[in-house]
Design a protein around this ligand. Structure first.
Ligand code: UFG
Length: 331
């Protein structure tokens, strides 16, 4: 039996592929390579280049590879871009997920793990780490497109044998400690990657989008989770489903918040490089402060974090950024 990883050539998906292979699992990836890279998928996994919205292709892959479970990462992930191109997000994250789910249910696959997001909460009504039973009120098409898929998965499960886990990611960062894969996205928008690029001279400066929020230093606060801990939570989720678990939704974060300015200072300290930082206007769609209550994840799945430390996250991100530079030079 094989695990199907959609979006397995992307940042988080490729870490998932290594996690599964490290546990001796067989893996097939479907990725259309719009943002992923074929070289990010190791030879030990099968790569099928195609779209998850292509139901016939997905059904063929499920049958040919005797797929036991689907871990669904494929999609678009940039909050501000989703405000500019909402219909692209509803196609990539919602409509295509519907086709994928249809194929999964038609073929009788009964285990489904979905990469959802903290963006489904919108601006929290309370302060402090947010719980999974908080009101869901996304503030961006990105968050809405993911919430709609959560709802589809839930309803499809009610009407079939499908069992599922939905993991709501907070801010995923860092890279594989063995440097086998990392965040290679061109035109990055995520904070830690941008700061690492600035620290390594790949960009002349970086901006802070708003320093007038109602937070201690005026910049936004986020909960950063190391990508290797995140994919390990997916492996725990797979085992939960294998042991007969029916449904489970959990936040993925460490319940600790760091401000944008704190992150930039840490990148400067760890890299040993200073770089110019400009204060810029607020970015549309940003939530002032968002941290996860991660009690449910820790108590219900066999998961405990191994990289729960901002410096480790940043160090692995910097290491990968240097490795990418070497790869570019030797290409
Ligand atoms: N930021 C900057 N400058 C930059 C890049 C980012 O100041 O150059 C700020 C943003 O304005 C925001 C914070 O850094 O305040 C984090 O921004 P990211 O773009 O790194 O990430 P987001 O918080 O927008 O989104 C991420 C994921 C979502 C998830 C969300 C939950 O992409 O899936 O975190 O917190 F929902």
């Amino acid at each position: 039996m094989t695990i199907l990883v959609t979006g397995g050539a992307g940042y988080i998906g490729s870490h998932m592929v290594f996690e599964l292979l490290d546990h001796g699992e067989k893996v097939v990836v479907i990725d259309n390579l719009t943002t992923g890279f074929d070289w990010a998928v190791p030879d030990r996994a099968e790569l099928v280049i195609g779209d998850i919205g292509d139901k016939k292709l997905v059904e063929r892959v499920i049958r040919d590879f005797k797929v036991e479970a689907v871990i669904h990462f494929a999609g678009s992930v940039v909050v501000p871009e989703s405000i500019e191109k909402p219909l692209d997000y509803y196609r990539n994250n919602t409509s295509n997920s519907r086709e994928l789910l249809d194929a999964v249910v038609n073929c009788g696959v009964d285990k489904f793990i979905f990469s959802s997001t903290a963006a489904v909460y919108g601006t929290p009504m309370t302060t402090g780490p947010i719980r999974e039973d908080a009101i869901l009120n996304p503030m961006s098409p990105y968050g809405s497109s993911k919430l709609m898929t959560e709802i589809m998965v839930r309803d499809a499960a009610l009407a079939s044998d499908l069992r599922y886990v939905m993991l709501r990611y907070f801010n995923v960062a860092g890279c594989d400690a063995l440097k086998r894969t990392g965040q290679s996205t061109k035109g990055a928008t995520h904070l830690i990657k941008i700061a690492c690029e600035a620290a390594l001279g790949k960009r002349p400066f970086m901006g802070v989008f708003g320093n007038d929020y109602d937070t201690p230093d005026g910049s936004c606060i986020r909960d950063f989770i190391h990508v290797s801990d995140l994919v390990n939570a997916h492996y725990a989720a797979l085992n939960f489903l294998r042991q007969g678990g029916l449904k489970f939704t959990a936040n993925c974060g460490y319940s600790k918040g760091y401000s944008v300015l704190e992150v930039i200072e840490a990148v400067k300290r760890i890299s040993g490089n200073d770089f110019p930082v400009m204060m810029e206007p607020r970015r549309p769609g940003d939530i002032p402060a968002l941290t996860a209550n991660s009690h449910r994840l820790k108590s219900r799945l066999t998961w405990s974090p191994r990289f729960d430390d901002l410096d480790t996250i940043i160090k692995t991100a910097l290491d990968w950024e240097s490795a990418l530079e070497q790869r570019r030079k030797s290409a």
